[in-house]
Design a binder for this molecule. Structure first.
Ligand SMILES: [Zn+2]
Ligand SMILES: [Zn+2]
Length: 756
C-alpha cells in the first residue's frame, strides 16, 4: 500500500476536457494514479513525490481548461495499492448535481479564425467552439444538447455537423456551432439590410455619431463612439441618465492600457473567458471625454466578448472605444428580444442591430471593482451566473431565495449547491417583476429543482414578497441585513456565529423601523441586534433616498434646535420653505420613520459637506463623498465618542460625528478633509463597537456586508483595523456586498430551516 491523495474536484468539470488535462498534468510531474468522471465531480488518485503532488494541485487550479470552473477541491490522504502509471478511467456515472455553464467570451482561436480570410468562418458574427460561446442564455433545458437550445432553429450544414461529431475537432459537441452557411443572421430591425450589409450600416452609423442598439449574448446594449462627446451627451439625455457612469468596451488590452491604469494581475481577468466590466482608474492623459463618467476617477471597462463586438471594432476608421451601456429603461431588465427593444429602447437610439439567435435568459454584464488587488464584485451576472456556490456540510433540500427589491437577483439552492441568478434589476418596474417570475420558472426547470421552501424579505410591501407569496410554496421571511450577513458567511463557506457588520441602504427592521447601520450577532439559526448607528428621522419616503438634504435637515434640527434655520441656510441645503415643511413633517411624524440606515447617513453627510445634495441615482452622493475623501489623503482623527447603550443596543454615536462635521464645515474646513474624517471616524466607531462586542459575545470573527461596503475606502479602513486587532474578518469577493447578494443569504436561511 502507498500513500495516495484522493482528490475530488467539484464544479464545471464535465465535457470540458478535464480528464485529458489531468492526465497531461500528472505526466508532467511524473505522478501515477488515475482520473475518473463521477458525474457531479471528477475523482483523482495521485501517487508519487509529495512536493510534486503539491505542485500538481496548484497547477490543477491554475491551468484548468478555459471552459471549466472549479468550485472546490477536496484532498484526503488514503492508502492505495501502487499504480504503475497514470490512467483515465471510463465514466462510471453517478447521479448528482447539475452544472449549467455560464456564457463564455470568444476564445483566442475563434478570434484568430474570425479574421482569417482563408477560414470558412471568416467574419462570421456567431463563430464559437467547445471553449467559447453562449451557454446559459440560449438553454431551454438540461442536458445541454443542441435540440434544447435556441440553436435548434438552425440545422447544421454537413461541414459543421462533421466538426460537431468529430472528437478530433475544436467544435466537438459544441452546441452553438454554426457558420456563414447555416448560422443565425444579423439584420437591422425595421429595415431591409441583412448580414454584412446590416453590419456595415451599423458601423457607419457609429462613425457618424449615431446611437445604435446591439443585440449581444444576454441582451441589448446601447452603443456609440466613446470619443464623441455629443453622442455621449445625447445618449445621456435620451436615457435620462445625467451623470451615472457609462460602461465602455475597448478594442483590445493595449487600448485599455492607453486610457486606464491596470495592474498586471488584472489583465488576465479583463482578457479572460468571463470578460467582466472592471472599474479602472482613468489616466490623466486619456482623451476620453469626462462626460462618460462625470466626477468619477474610474471608468468601467471591458473587452469585446462576442464575435459581433469584435467585428464592430474591425476596420481602421472605427473608434477604439465604444460606450456599451445596458439596453433598458433605467431600473427595468435588459431587453432581450426585438419586441422589447422596439417597445422600450428604440427612442434611445437611431438603429437596432439585431440577430436571429434567440436569448432565453437575460444576462447583463458583470461589474467588478478591485480590493487589495483582487476582484470585488458589484454586479454578478454574465460569465458568472449560474455558477453555484458550494457549501460544506450535509445539506438536503431544494429552496429559493427570491432576493431584494433593488438590484434583484434570486438564488436557487439544491442540497449544498447554491445557484445565484443573473442580474435582473429594480422591482419598482413591473417589467422586472415579470422578468423575475419568468426567470425563476426557467432556472427551476434548467436545474431540475422542485421547491420545498422559499425565503423572502421581511418588508411587507416588496414586490419580491408578492412574487414569493404567489408561488404557493411554504415561505419564510428573512430580515434584510441579516440576509446580507448570511450571504457573506456563505460566500466564505463559514457557519460559526459572527459579529455581522451590515452597513447598507434601507431595509425593513424586525421592530418596524428602517435599519441599515446594524451590527447583528448572527448564526445560521438567527440573529440578535447588538449594535446600530444613532437613529434619525427619515422624512419624505422614497424621495429621501435620492435627496440627502432631506435626511440632513432634520438631523440639524435635532442637533442644533436653536440655530437650525441659520445653519441650513449657511450650508445651502434647501429653501426656508422646504426646511419648514420638513420640520413640520418630522415634528408630527408625517410620512416620517425612525431610521438607522448608514446609506442615508452617507447621503446626509454628502449634502452637509456641500458635495451632493440631490442625486440622480442611488449611491451617487455616497460615491462622491468617497472620491472627495480619497483625494484628501491621510488626516488626524482626534478623539472619538464612545458607543453607548440605547434601547439595549450598543449605539455608535454617529449623531455626534455629524455634529462635529457640521461645526467644522461652518468654520471653513475643507470638504475633502472632512469627508476623510467622516470615513475614518466611522470606521473607528465600528471597530470599537466590535471590540466591546467581542468581549461580551466571546466571538472573534467579523463579517462585513451591505451596499455601503462597496465603498472600498471604508472597507479597507475597517478591515485593516479589525485585522490589526486580531479579528478574523470575512468579506465579499465574488458575491456582491450590495442587495444583489442577499438572495444567497436568504436561500441559505431557507436551507438551514429545512435541515433543522
Ligand atoms: Zn472558441
Ligand atoms: Zn455550417
Amino acid at each position: 500500500m502507498r500513500e495516495t491523495d484522493l482528490i475530488r474536484v467539484y464544479g464545471i468539470v464535465q465535457g470540458v476536457g478535464f480528464r485529458p488535462f489531468t492526465d497531461r498534468l500528472a505526466r508532467r510531474f511524473s505522478l501515477c494514479g488515475s482520473v475518473a468522471n463521477k458525474g457531479s465531480y471528477v475523482e483523482i488518485h495521485l501517487q508519487g513525490d509529495s512536493a510534486a503532488r503539491r505542485e500538481f494541485l496548484i497547477a490543477l487550479e491554475k491551468e484548468a481548461p478555459p471552459r471549466s470552473a472549479i468550485l472546490r477541491v477536496d484532498v484526503t490522504p488514503v492508502q492505495e495499492p501502487e499504480f504503475d502509471s497514470f490512467r483515465i478511467i471510463e465514466s462510471e456515472k453517478e447521479c448528482g448535481a447539475i452544472f449549467v455553464s455560464p456564457d463564455i467570451a470568444t476564445c483566442p482561436l475563434c478570434k484568430q479564425e474570425l479574421f482569417d480570410p482563408a477560414n470558412r468562418r471568416y467574419l462570421h458574427p456567431f463563430i464559437n467552439c467547445t471553449a467559447c460561446g453562449p451557454r446559459l442564455t440560449i438553454l431551454e433545458a438540461m442536458p445541454y444538447d443542441r435540440e434544447r437550445t435556441t440553436m435548434k432553429e438552425f440545422p447544421m450544414c454537413p461541414e459543421c455537423a462533421g466538426e460537431y461529431t468529430s472528437s478530433e475537432s475544436r467544435r466537438y459537441d459544441a452546441q452553438p456551432v454554426c457558420c456563414n452557411d447555416c448560422g443565425p443572421e444579423l439584420y437591422l430591425v425595421g429595415r431591409e439590410e441583412r448580414g454584412t450589409e446590416a453590419l456595415r450600416v451599423a458601423k457607419e452609423s457609429i462613425l457618424n455619431g449615431k446611437i445604435i442598439a446591439v443585440k449581444g449574448i444576454g441582451g441589448f446594449h446601447l452603443c456609440c463612439n466613446a470619443f464623441d462627446k455629443e453622442a455621449v451627451m445625447r445618449l445621456r439625455s435620451l436615457k435620462r441618465r445625467p451623470v451615472k457612469p457609462f460602461a465602455l468596451m475597448m478594442k483590445d488590452l493595449a487600448t485599455i492600457e492607453k486610457h486606464c491604469v491596470i495592474s498586471e494581475h488584472l489583465t488576465g481577468l479583463l482578457d479572460g473567458h468571463q470578460k467582466p466590466i472592471i472599474l479602472l482608474e482613468k489616466k490623466a492623459q486619456s482623451l476620453l471625454p469626462e462626460e462618460l463618467a462625470p466626477g468619477n476617477p474610474k471608468l468601467g471597462c471591458m473587452l469585446p466578448y462576442t464575435p459581433l463586438h469584435l467585428l464592430l471594432f474591425h476596420g481602421e476608421d472605427m473608434p477604439e472605444a465604444l460606450v456599451m451601456t445596458s439596453g433598458n429603461v433605467s431600473g427595468a431588465p435588459i431587453c432581450r428580444s426585438d419586441e422589447d427593444a422596439v417597445a422600450e429602447i428604440s427612442s434611445f437610439c437611431d438603429l437596432i442591430l439585431s440577430h436571429s439567435r434567440k436569448i432565453l435568459l437575460r444576462a447583463d454584464d458583470s461589474v467588478m471593482d478591485t480590493f487589495r488587488g483582487e476582484p470585488y464584485m458589484i454586479r454578478r451576472s454574465r460569465g458568472y451566473a449560474p455558477l453555484p456556490k458550494m457549501l460544506s456540510g450535509n445539506w438536503k433540500g431544494q429552496v429559493l431565495g427570491i432576493g431584494g427589491e433593488l438590484k434583484n437577483t434570486f438564488c436557487l439552492g439544491h442540497d449544498s449547491l447554491f445557484y445565484p441568478s443573473p442580474y435582473l434589476g429594480d422591482m419598482e418596474d413591473l417589467r422586472t417583476v415579470n422578468a423575475l417570475q419568468e426567470s425563476v420558472v426557467r432556472m427551476e426547470s434548467l436545474l431540475e429543482i422542485k421547491l420545498q421552501l422559499i425565503a423572502c424579505d421581511l418588508h411587507p410591501l416588496y414586490h419580491t414578497t408578492e412574487v414569493a407569496e404567489s408561488l404557493g410554496i411554504p415561505l419564510i421571511k428573512i430580515q434584510h441585513h441579516y440576509a446580507h450577513i448570511l450571504s457573506c458567511m456563505a460566500e466564505n463557506d463559514f457557519s460559526e456565529p459572527v459579529i455581522g457588520v451590515s452597513f447598507d441602504g434601507t431595509g425593513y427592521g424586525s421592530d418596524g423601523t428602517i435599519w441599515g447601520g446594524e451590527i447583528l450577532y448572527s448564526s445560521l439559526d438567527g440573529f440578535e441586534r447588538v449594535g446600530k448607528i444613532s437613529p434619525f428621522l427619515q422624512a419624505g419616503g422614497d424621495a429621501s433616498a435620492k435627496e440627502g438634504w432631506r435626511i440632513a435637515v432634520p438631523m440639524i434640527q435635532e442637533l442644533f434646535p436653536e440655530h437650525a434655520a441659520e445653519i441650513v441656510e449657511k450650508l445651502n441645503l434647501c429653501t426656508e420653505q422646504e426646511r419648514k415643511v420638513l420640520s413640520v413633517m418630522a415634528a408630527r411624524r408625517l410620512n416620517t420613520v425612525v431610521s438607522t440606515s448608514s446609506g442615508r447617513l452617507f447621503d446626509a453627510v454628502s449634502a452637509i459637506l456641500g458635495i451632493c445634495s440631490r442625486s440622480s441615482f442611488e449611491g451617487e452622493a455616497a460615491m462622491k463623498l468617497q472620491f472627495f475623501a480619497e483625494s484628501a489623503g491621510t488626516v488626524s482623527v482626534g478623539n472619538l465618542p464612545a458607543p453607548e447603550m440605547q434601547d439595549e443596543v450598543l449605539t455608535m454615536r454617529t449623531d455626534l460625528l455629524v455634529k462635529e462635521l457640521i461645526e467644522r464645515r461652518l468654520s471653513g474646513e475643507s470638504t475633502g478633509i472632512l469627508a476623510r474624517i467622516f470615513h475614518e471616524k466611522l470606521a473607528l466607531m465600528i471597530v470599537e463597537t466590535c471590540r466591546i462586542l467581542r468581549k461580551r459575545l466571546e466571538c472573534n470573527i467579523c463579517a462585513l456586508s451591505g451596499g455601503v461596503f462597496q465603498n472600498t475606502l471604508l472597507l479597507e479602513s475597517v478591515m485593516s483595523r479589525l485585522e490589526q486587532d486580531g479579528f478574523r474578518v470575512l468579506r465579499h469577493h465574488l458575491i456582491p456586498p450590495n442587495d444583489g447578494g442577499i438572495a444567497l443569504g436568504q436561500a441559505v436561511a431557507a436551507m438551514k430551516k429545512l435541515n433543522s
